[in-house]
Design a protein around this ligand. Structure first.
Ligand SMILES: *Cc1c(COP(=O)(O)O)cnc(C)c1O
Length: 235
């Protein structure tokens, strides 16, 4: 039974990797794309199955869930990213458990993360989350706020801004969702060419189960995939 569960996860991961390769080929792209398995609501046993199938990057969106599972996961050689909104009073709890925070969504958070990182004797890798669809239900910087965020990062030596992240709006058509990803890529290229202290932009994190193929076609080099690997979530 559990062997069967692992085989299903392995097949799912292989299919995602094939789809990524095909998307790159179709667009004539030659960049590497990192596959993150999003493990929110997934129990440790099944997370470990994915790790045995070659996953080495996992994402959680809640601090408490990330911490409560970590003792049961075979973390050797595995990187963990936080991908959900981080409340400042939880920074201390996770800063030593996390390799990157992809969901940095305010100037205040950049400041607070930096101070905490410095007091823990480290620098923390971050992505700036962009609210590319300007949706009220989502957090993140609007594109026109990005310069201010990068200027803030430039005076916060505890952070290292490695790139941008977004969750695209739910769209009816391929061309609509691709236009959001394409805007993200333009922002990414534009800001990567600027010179700011504490900013070394090399990661464009976009694409989830429903749209990762389009994200890859538009230049994502990190995709965050959950339900297509683990099955639909039961909350
Ligand atoms: C849940 C989540 C994902 C993965 O969603 P799926 O549709 O299950 O692939 C990706 N990114 C973020 C920020 C998430 O919260």
């Amino acid at each position: 039974m559990s062997n069967n569960a692992e085989n299903i996860i392995r097949d799912n991961i292989n299919r995602v990797r094939e789809n990524i390769d095909l998307a790159l080929q179709t667009e004539g792209l030659h960049n590497n794309v990192e596959l993150m398995a999003v493990t929110k609501t997934v129990e440790p046993e099944r997370i470990n199955m994915a790790l045995r199938c070659g996953i080495d990057l996992i994402g959680e969106n809640k601090v408490q869930e990330l911490l409560s599972k970590q003792d049961y996961i075979e973390l050797d050689g595995v990187r963990r990213h936080l991908i959900g909104h981080l409340q400042s009073n939880k920074i201390n709890k996770i800063i030593d458990s996390i390799d990157m925070i992809e969901s940095v969504d305010s100037l205040a958070l950049i400041d607070q993360l930096s101070s905490k990182a410095i007091s823990h004797g480290r620098q923390i890798d971050c992505l700036l989350e962009i609210n590319i669809g300007r949706e009220e239900s989502k957090t993140g910087f609007f594109p026109e706020m990005l310069d201010e965020a990068l200027e803030k990062a430039a005076v916060c030596r505890g952070v290292n801004v490695r790139g941008l992240m977004c969750v695209a709006p739910i769209c009816d058509t391929e061309s609509e969702v691709r236009s959001y990803f394409s805007s993200m890529r333009k922002l990414f290229i534009d800001k990567s060419s600027q010179n700011n202290d504490n900013v070394h932009m090399d990661i464009l994190s976009m694409g989830m189960s429903s749209d990762y193929v389009y994200a890859v076609k538009e230049g994502a080099n990190l995709v965050r995939v959950g339900s297509v690997i683990f099955g639909s979530r039961r909350y």
